[in-house]
Design a protein around this ligand. Structure first.
Ligand SMILES: [Zn+2]
Length: 434
């Protein structure tokens, strides 16, 4: 288990212990069990309470009998585990089901309002911040310009201050936070949350981001690459049944998040999915910022396209202007986007053969230009990949758009803190500790 994860589990244990004590001390309504019985429920029922909770995360209300039928567990086991989850405020009663004679049975439902999550998607020049509930629903958000090159201290101080304000705007308190998820525009060693030689982030190499931001906010912090969190946000919120998905971000740079078997694939050094520096066949003479020539990013990224439009005498400083020109129907921009799609498709065709995804999502600012880019991608991927790999392959635009990163940053925290193992550990820990 990583250091960061350990911290989260410890924190979660304090958190849910606190919720239980609140309930016990207030003595109010939701649970009718005495504190002694709650203690017994915790020790007997906790292993597996985390697993039972996963069933209820879909938001559907269920009775004890529903849960017994669904899990095959004994009624007493289900009852004990429900008590634990109610005491931690993760579930709440949701009225009564129809009676089949006698007293109508109570139904229980996931309580996403129990706690909140902070999320930040930091790009090279822009930041998106959010506060979500435990179901990943955005409660408040804020977008602002940001210069990532200002360095980690200046940027993280600003992020901490803005997130505090945002918690207030969502009508919540700092004590309700389970953790924060941060996306950064460069490679990140996920287990430590430290950037690894990020090319566009001077001063950030190996910087202890979780320690700094966690120290400022008093909460645990998880960090990942921005494309990985976008892949997570898109898959989790839009393609939840899809286990094999590639998310390609086309913006100032080009990168890819890989979801394989339902899990984000980060690689040994957090550099998996770095499509941008794969060579494309016809780009041999184009120099890339990485020092090589002919990289996909050097010929098909938003900044590459803007440069080509400038050479044609058009006014384009970056991705935004490329998109605006294409939307205005400028044929030069439309043609360049179509060709960029084909270039990306050349590299993606190989990825599709290698990884056999069922969905490829194309997102990032440049993808917002509409169908031109996507048409180019489709044209080449369907022609160049093996028939078996493309038989059921769907190539689609991002549905979450600019929200993908914030959703994904929150999901990264939720999947950690609310996982069966973490919940069991935290609920057991709180029983043992208090
Ligand atoms: Zn390169």
């Amino acid at each position: 288990m990583s250091v960061v994860k350990q911290k989260l589990s410890v924190f979660a244990s304090l958190l849910f212990a606190f919720a239980r004590n609140d309930r016990r001390m207030s003595g109010s309504g939701m649970t009718t069990t005495s504190s002694a019985a709650i203690g017994a429920a915790v020790t007997q029922g906790t292993p597996g309470a985390g697993a039972l909770f996963q069933l209820l995360r879909d938001g559907r209300a269920r009775t004890r009998a529903d849960l017994v039928a669904q899990t095959g567990l004994a009624r007493s086991t289900v009852a004990a585990r429900l008590e634990v989850l109610l005491a931690a405020a993760l579930l709440s009663p949701a009225g009564e089901a129809d009676s089949t004679g006698g007293r109508p049975p109570t139904r229980f439902v996931f309580n996403p309002d129990a706690r909140i999550v902070l999320a930040a998607d930091l790009g090279a020049t822009h930041a998106r911040l959010g506060v979500t509930d435990l179901a990943g629903k955005t409660l408040a958000s804020y977008n602002a310009d940001l210069d990532i090159a200002a360095g980690p201290e200046a940027v993280l101080d600003w992020v901490a201050a803005e997130l505090r304000l945002l918690v207030g705007r969502a009508g919540r308190t700092m004590g309700e936070i389970v953790g924060a998820g941060i996306g950064l525009p460069g490679p990140v060693e996920h287990s430590t949350g430290r950037p690894v030689s990020p090319p566009i982030m001077p001063g950030w190499d190996a910087y202890p981001v979780p320690e700094r931001l966690g120290g400022l906010l008093g909460i645990p912090v998880l960090v990942d690459n921005d494309v990985n969190i976008m892949a997570l946000g898109e898959q989790w919120s839009q393609w939840s049944g899809v286990e094999h998905l590639l998310f390609v971000k086309v913006a100032t740079g080009i990168g890819c998040g890989i979801v394989s078997n339902g899990v984000l694939h980060r690689g040994a050094q957090g550099a998996a999915g770095d499509l941008g520096h794969v060579q494309v066949p016809h780009g041999a003479d184009v120099a890339c910022t990485c020092g090589n020539t002919g990289c996909l990013e050097a010929v098909a990224s938003g900044s590459a396209l803007a440069g080509r439009l400038r050479a044609l005498g058009l006014d384009a400083t970056g991705s935004r202007e490329v998109v605006a020109l294409a939307r205005a129907g400028r044929v030069e921009a439309v043609q360049l986007l179509r060709q960029a799609g084909r270039d990306i498709g050349e590299v993606l065709a190989t990825c599709v053969n290698l990884l056999n995804p069922s969905v490829v999502v194309v997102g990032g600012l440049v993808a917002e230009a509409g169908e031109h880019l996507l048409a180019g991608v489709r044209e080449v991927v369907y022609r160049r990949s093996l028939p078996l790999a493309t038989q059921h392959l769907l190539i689609a635009s991002s549905r979450t758009g600019e929200q993908a990163g914030v959703i994904g940053a929150a999901v990264m925290v939720l999947e950690d803190v609310l996982s069966p193992a973490a919940l069991d550990a935290s609920l057991t820990g709180s029983a043992a500790g208090g």
